[in-house]
Design a binder for this molecule. Structure first.
Ligand SMILES: [Zn+2]
Ligand SMILES: [Zn+2]
Length: 310
């Protein structure tokens, strides 16, 4: 099988202007339970030598990570994820137009056609979720752009509900409007805040609504006590974990390439913060992940989908 080339590469220069260390961190010891990466971007190459999807998932297996959801942000990357998840049985895909991409497409008159293509892709049996969609007030501004972003978010919500798929939300500096939109139009069953960036108050809302909260490596960062406070108040059955790789590498590897095999670093940190057993937390997160998205393994997944359709 030919390797699937990466369409994108992560900038080797950090936002601070320094060249990042491009060496992948060592593989952590597996946890006592298999675990899953709720959200990653395997189409973005990083490291001294980029890893293809099989290499990524072989490394993940050495760290006790049984599967990952690789997430698109435009038509091309969504198609890439679906292809990857059809080649590699330890992967599932998520497809969407990212909230920062939607305004660009709308301005060029291409949002409708792109949403149609996302819907066509979303029918593939390897697509676990619609995402990432949502609102991003950090990178998007201007009335027209914000209108297009909201329109795109609502269209993704509608798609997730019509197809009966979970939805992964990207919420950056837009907590109030994300919550208001979900409440106004009705959230899909299986709503997930990916790379949760809120605080205990938003976590309490998620807990009340039964929305999942997925923690990325930034839960380990010194400057993010709000994320740890959110973790403390959440019922464990709503907690997920992700890498958002190749970004947000957990400490002590911050700035270096990130990948699904580093999930145990974040789970161990979360467990330590909670005073919980890391293996038990991993088992709980795995159960949450599989309960939400269904099995990864192709035959089991086909049976599960058939049962739900019946
Ligand atoms: Zn995101
Ligand atoms: Zn992402």
């Amino acid at each position: 099988m030919l390797a699937q080339p990466h369409p994108n590469r992560r900038d080797p220069v950090a936002e601070t202007g320094h060249r990042r260390e491009l060496k992948y961190p060592e593989v952590p010891e597996p946890l006592g339970a298999l675990c899953y990466d709720n959200h990653t971007h395997l189409e973005i190459e990083d490291g001294e030598v980029g890893l293809d999807v099989v290499e990524h998932m072989d490394l993940a297996a050495r760290a006790g990570i049984a599967g990952a959801i690789t997430v698109g942000g435009d038509v091309a990357s969504s198609r890439w994820q679906v292809e990857a998840a059809n080649r590699e049985p330890r992967l599932l895909a998520a497809v969407a137009i990212h909230p920062n991409e939607a305004p660009r497409l709308a301005a060029a008159g291409g949002l409708e056609a792109a949403l149609d293509e996302i819907e066509a892709l979303a029918h593939d049996e390897r697509v676990a979720a619609i995402g990432e969609t949502g609102l991003d007030y950090y990178r998007t501004s201007g009335d027209d752009n914000l209108r297009a972003q909201l329109e795109s978010f609502e269209r993704h919500i509608d798609l997730a509900k019509r197809l009966g798929r979970p939805m992964q939300i990207h919420d950056r500096e837009a907590h109030d409007d994300v919550v208001a939109t979900l409440r106004r139009v009705g959230a899909p069953a299986g709503t997930v805040f990916h790379c949760f960036s809120g605080d205990a108050a938003l976590a309490r809302i998620a807990a009340d609504e039964g929305w999942f909260v997925s923690f990325a490596g930034n839960v380990t960062f010194k400057n993010a006590p709000n994320l740890r406070e959110a973790l403390e108040v959440l019922p464990r059955e709503l907690v997920l974990v992700e890498t958002d790789a190749p970004f947000l590498t957990p400490i002590p590897f911050r700035g270096r390439p990130n990948a699904p095999y580093l999930v145990p670093v974040t789970v161990r940190f979360m467990a330590e913060h909670l005073g919980a057993d890391a293996d038990a937390l991993a088992a709980r997160i795995a159960e949450n992940t599989l309960g939400l998205y269904g099995p990864f393994e192709p035959e089991a997944r086909r049976a599960w989908l058939a049962e739900r359709a019946a």
